[in-house]
Design a protein around this ligand. Structure first.
Ligand SMILES: Nc1ncnc2c1ncn2[C@@H]1O[C@H](COP(=O)(O)OP(=O)(O)OP(=O)(O)O)[C@@H](O)[C@H]1O
Ligand SMILES: [Mg+2]
Length: 338
């Protein structure tokens, strides 16, 4: 059942009003004269469910053509935030707009510009694969023949061409995900909002989606995505926003966050003794003990390899480059939460 306060979850049909909105299906979007106005603005967005403060004053902007990743642990408020921006959920407080159109007062026009991949499967089980796309496309007023061509092309992209007559119930989890992604691209959106687009996808499908997102970005499409895959965020995003407990913790480019929060190098060790730990504590840097593993983030990484080889040649350990995952775990803690 839908939550009582959710808005209509279908894209708005073509209405006379939409003539005033930016045209979502313009194929020739020229980006030579940069559009200085943000594509997405969120100001102090908040959402409460009874006593639960799911989102507590989130503000950010996304520039046209930028790919921004929303990162945060389970329950951080990512889906709630992107649903408010997608006109699916009215904010309790604050405001959001897409290309200058307020999501509350202009939802139809906003939806015309958006390609949405929700976190949950909301395919229509009464229609087969192809029909799911065709019915969805009609909400956008895409003419029949064009719609058919686009649907077939997108099924090709997500490698479901041979399943177009299949019932939704016959698809695997990853196939459903791929179909939802194809559906999000059907209306040539100016802004893509992807909530965990590649969760459950095999590596081939994930890479195909990444390639498509990069290609779309090159044509000026703006992307706001959430992901739990730090590799995905590092590969795709110009900027990431880390949220936890409904609030923004930090934002920046993936590389700048790695440099600033953890540095270049991480030493991971296991089966170590007190002497090893004490040795590392004498070196400038940060130590973290998690279960049976030790993580050491040295301030100066240049001589770590030589130093460890000399002093603890038999110690089981790994020296590797720091990643966005290390940033995420530093900010949100390594302990499992609900
Ligand atoms: N319809 C609802 N009714 C009550 N509480 C809700 C509802 N939807 C979300 N919440 C709560 O709001 C908080 C944020 O949930 P949200 O789905 O936005 O998290 P998320 O960051 O998307 O997490 P995940 O990574 O697991 O998808 C959680 O505490 C969740 O339990
Ligand atoms: Mg979510």
């Amino acid at each position: 059942m839908r939550p009582a306060d959710s808005l209509d979850d279908r894209p708005g049909p073509d209405s006379p009003d939409s003539a005033r909105a930016p045209r979502p299906r313009d194929k020739m979007r020229v980006v030579s004269a940069p559009d200085r106005n943000p594509a997405i603005i969120a100001r102090d967005l908040a959402k409460t469910y009874g006593a639960v403060e799911a989102v507590r004053g989130v503000s950010f902007e996304v520039a046209p053509g930028e790919v921004v990743g929303f990162l945060g642990p389970n329950g951080a408020g990512k889906t709630t935030t992107v649903r408010m921006i997608s006109c699916f959920l009215p904010p309790t407080a604050g405001a959001a707009s897409v290309y200058g159109l307020d999501v509350r007062s202009r939802p139809r026009e906003v939806k015309q510009m958006l390609g949405i991949c929700p976190q949950e499967d909301n395919l229509d089980p009464d229609f087969n694969v192809l029909k799911n796309l065709l019915v969805y496309g009609r909400y956008f007023g895409i003419p029949g023949r064009e719609l058919r061509v686009r649907a077939e092309e997108l099924l090709e992209l997500v490698q479901l061409s041979d399943r177009k007559k299949s019932a939704i119930g016959e698809l695997s989890g990853g196939m459903k995900r791929r179909l939802i992604l194809a559906r999000a691209l059907l209306n040539n959106p100016r802004v893509l909002i992807l909530d965990e687009p590649t969760t459950g996808l095999d590596p081939q499908a994930r890479h195909a989606i990444w390639t498509r997102i990069r290609a779309l970005r090159a044509t000026g499409v703006t992307v706001l995505l959430t992901t739990h895959y730090m590799e995905e965020a590092a590969q795709l995003c110009d900027r990431v926003i880390v949220i936890d407990n409904g609030q923004v913790l930090l934002e920046g480019s993936p590389q700048s966050l790695v440099d600033q929060e953890v540095g270049r190098t991480v030493v991971e060790a296991w089966n170590f003794d007190k002497a090893f730990e004490e040795f590392l504590r004498g070196i400038p840097g940060r130590i973290e003990l998690v279960g049976d593993r030790l993580y050491f983030y040295p301030r100066e990484a240049d001589h770590m390899e030589r130093l460890l080889n000399e002093r603890f040649p038999h110690q089981e350990r790994l020296i590797r480059r720091a990643t966005l995952e290390d940033v995420f775990l530093k900010l949100t803690g390594r302990a499992l939460r609900d």
